[in-house]
Ligand binder design. Structure first.
Ligand SMILES: Nc1nc2c(ncn2[C@@H]2O[C@H](COP(=O)(O)OP(=O)(O)OP(=O)(O)O)[C@@H](O)[C@H]2O)c(=O)[nH]1
Ligand SMILES: [Mg+2]
Length: 321
């Protein structure tokens, strides 16, 4: 009883657990290759159920180390884990720096783990959209838990973490100015705060400070961020961290607003895709627009302003229709 239509070969291979097919599809998404579209279209029906945990926070607080510890914890419980590491701050490294930092000892021959690092290419929206598509591919490939690490704490990170279902903001003792940065960007999006490096002095104070800050903030969708203390290298607190993540997942899935929130997200995605397509088509057609070529000389010599020129181009196009 298979009511689903047959999948294209690349999508079928990915669903059947072919890791090279998965890797190829991810590369296609990264490169903006049109071939990725067919795969993503075919696989969409198999997505939307995964627990997607975003880990964000200042440089060096231990996000990658926590990802490693979480992977160990989840694998011991039989859960398969997909990992995406996004470096939005360094478009030129090819993501290798960040990839090097996550060392997954088990990943080599463990089919229950799939790791991929992504470099940022293009706009903020482009990176966030590519990350969302890669998560969908991982999900369709059978990874029901996906961990997404980003470096930094700016607006790019906030945009990327929109796609997570639970957002963990990681800090460490004695961050000083970094906490101010957090407040400017990531603070509002946290579902769970994680004070890592609890083996170092000052972790208790940092946890207390964060708890007070979290209590002051307005609860988002009725959820008050939880604060946990971990040491990724001990390791300790990993179970508590996962328990907090699961508590948020349970809250989220039981929320009466869940469907409405999902509708809003998907509506925004459709509008974004329509806008991208219209903008691209328009840019292409304007390239050879005769009225634009004629008006440009006058704008260059300042006898016509760009606003009026734009109006005249639109009027000329409307007349030709
Ligand atoms: N003492 C202590 N050190 C830790 C802990 N977790 C990570 N570290 C160390 O902190 C350093 C940075 O760890 P990463 O896991 O690479 O941190 P990150 O947040 O992923 O770093 P970026 O990706 O560069 O932002 C490494 O030297 C780790 O060994 C911890 O719980 N305690
Ligand atoms: Mg890292």
């Amino acid at each position: 009883m298979n009511r689903r239509p047959r999948l294209p070969a690349a999508a079928q291979a990915l669903v059947s657990g072919d890791r090279r097919a998965l890797a190829r599809a991810i590369t296609a998404v990264e490169d903006g290759d049109p071939g990725a579209d067919a795969v993503l279209k075919a696989l969409f029906a198999r997505t939307g159920q995964a627990t997607v945990v975003g880990l964000a926070g200042p440089l060096g607080v231990g996000k990658s180390s926590l990802v490693n510890a979480l992977v160990g914890y989840l694998r011991a419980r039989g859960r398969s884990v997909g990992i995406v590491a996004v470096d939005p701050s360094s478009p030129f490294t090819g993501g290798s720096v960040l990839g090097d930092r996550i060392r997954l000892e088990r990943s080599a021959d463990d089919t229950g783990v799939f790791f991929r690092s992504m470099a940022s290419r293009g706009s903020v929206g482009g990176v966030a959209s590519a990350t969302r598509d890669v998560i969908r591919l991982l999900e369709a490939a059978g990874f029901s838990t996906v961990l997404v690490e980003t470096v930094g704490s700016g607006q790019v990170d906030v945009a990327i973490h929109e796609v997570a279902t639970t957002r963990v903001v990681v800090t460490a003792p004695h961050l000083g100015d970094e906490v101010q940065t957090l407040k400017a960007g990531l603070f509002e999006i946290a579902d769970v705060f994680c004070v890592n490096k609890a083996d170092l002095p000052g972790a208790e104070v940092a946890e207390k400070d964060l708890s007070e800050l979290a209590a002051l903030g307005t609860a988002r969708d009725g959820w008050r961020p939880m604060v946990v203390r971990t040491s990724a290298i001990a390791p300790s607190g990993i179970e508590e961290l996962w328990t907090a993540i699961e508590a948020h997942e349970a809250y989220r899935t039981a929320s009466p607003d869940r469907l409405a929130a999902e509708r809003r997200r998907l509506a925004a995605e459709i509008v974004e895709r329509v806008r991208d397509r219209v903008a691209a088509d328009l840019a292409r057609s304007l390239d050879g627009e005769p009225s634009l070529a004629q008006l440009l000389d006058r704008v260059v010599e300042r006898s016509l302003d760009p606003r009026t020129a734009a109006e005249l181009v639109l009027a000329a196009r409307a007349r030709r229709r």
